[in-house]
Design a protein around this ligand. Sequence first.
Ligand code: KIV
Ligand code: ZN
Length: 517
Amino acid sequence: MDRVQIFDTTLRDGEQSPGATMNVEEKLAIARQLEHLGVDVIEAGFAASSEGDFDAVRRVAEMVSRPIVLSLARTREQDVDRAIRAVEHAKRPGIHIFIATSDIHLKHKLMMSRAEVIDAAVWAISRAKRYLDYVEFSAEDASRSDPDYLVQVFTAAIEAGARTINVPDTTGYALPEEYGALFRSLRERVPGADRVIWSAHCHNDLGMAVANSLAAVQNGVRQVECTVNGIGERAGNTSMEEVVMAIKTRADRIGVDTGIVTEQIYPTSRLLAQITGIPIPINKPIVGDNAFAHEAGIHQDGVLKNRLNYEIMRPESVGLDSNRLVLGKHSGRHAFVARLRELGLELGDIDMNRTFERFKALADAKKNVYDEDLIALVARESVRGDVRDRYELVYLNVTSSSMAVPHATVKLRIDGEEMLGHATGDGMVDACYRAIGDLTGQHPELQRYAVKAITGGTDAQGEVTCLLREDGYTVTGQGSHTDIIQASALAYVNALNKLEYRRQHRQRLQTEAEVGP
Ligand code: KIV
Ligand code: ZN
């Protein structure tokens, strides 16, 4: 069977989702999991867009071994050079150069002629080729561009040395039949078309990103660009889990394969949701809570008689184990580690002693520890890396009744020193956040606060996500605990640590720039 490459752009286009900003440690945790998942290409960021992005691409490039690691770049000298610098230590480095080709973009955004756009593309590809071999070229807004002009642009790009040609449906405007036909015609008309990989990059504005990507594959495309959980600009990008499982489940018609270890889909999806705080809709195909739940009696009866009656995929094939009750407070370290391995979780960089301690605390607080709890536990540990948290929650006491104003007493360890604070508030969470704010002297804007039960039952772990904003920069904090107020405090402290980490990181980069290499 022919192989379709999976190009993951969660860390670049995905990060462009409102509220999906990730710090370097979080990006590294995602990249580690993407490698484990078996993606072929990781677009790690847009190196020229900020120091933070440059640093993230550089760190991902140094860490990852098997996939190609790319940075996005416009056709400008500074972009190309920054992108190449960022991936220079990658085992398999690459660059992704793009420029718009639709008349709308040429006239109203770039203010360039068609000839100037071709010159710019050729110049940038040729410059990149002096330093590395793997160049992908994208014609932004290709699906709304003149197909005759696209033939000229791609002919020139291939002559200049592009190895992959990407034809984005940037605005999510195309219909599947139309998008497939565009590839068919380009592959027939562009000289040298058989020397390159053709790539599809779709946005989901009309809910057709996955259908369009599949139509492209059926017309000879051998790379699909996608994001975990379909996050991305506006309505998002092609959802990795949906396109991969469609290719696998309907191999009879589509006739291609991917290198994705599908059992890693669920842990990857949960990790991303935990890190970004972007919830997964319960009815989302493949990874939503209801994706494999059969509710109607007639369906349950059918599934019990034979799963084939209503199931086109096995939950196990995406990493969801039907035997979900796993561990409890009597489980030992051996059983704990064995279960993590069975779940295929990436354990390479996590501190196993600390993770096991946290598991024990969790098992004390709730009777049954489910796979979802374990995935959340490992996700939390995997983003810690070598980051030292400035703030740590030591103790929390919150009182509230219908007759009294909620009152919180909070003890934090700040730079190793314990400090106690008190506050009242509009509710228990508010009182708690005020006390933490007074102790730390940090009062960022709270943009979003959400609570979700990780597992069922009244002893379920609650997962709290909060979004804090400071100086135009947003961070997401997560906390999970069987006590919602405790989970809220942990999420807030987690977000404050990220803001603090960012402040220190910015200062370090500034000092490095002042002192010089
Ligand atoms: O949607 C788009 O056109 C893009 C390009 C930069 C590839 O993301
Ligand atoms: Zn895009």
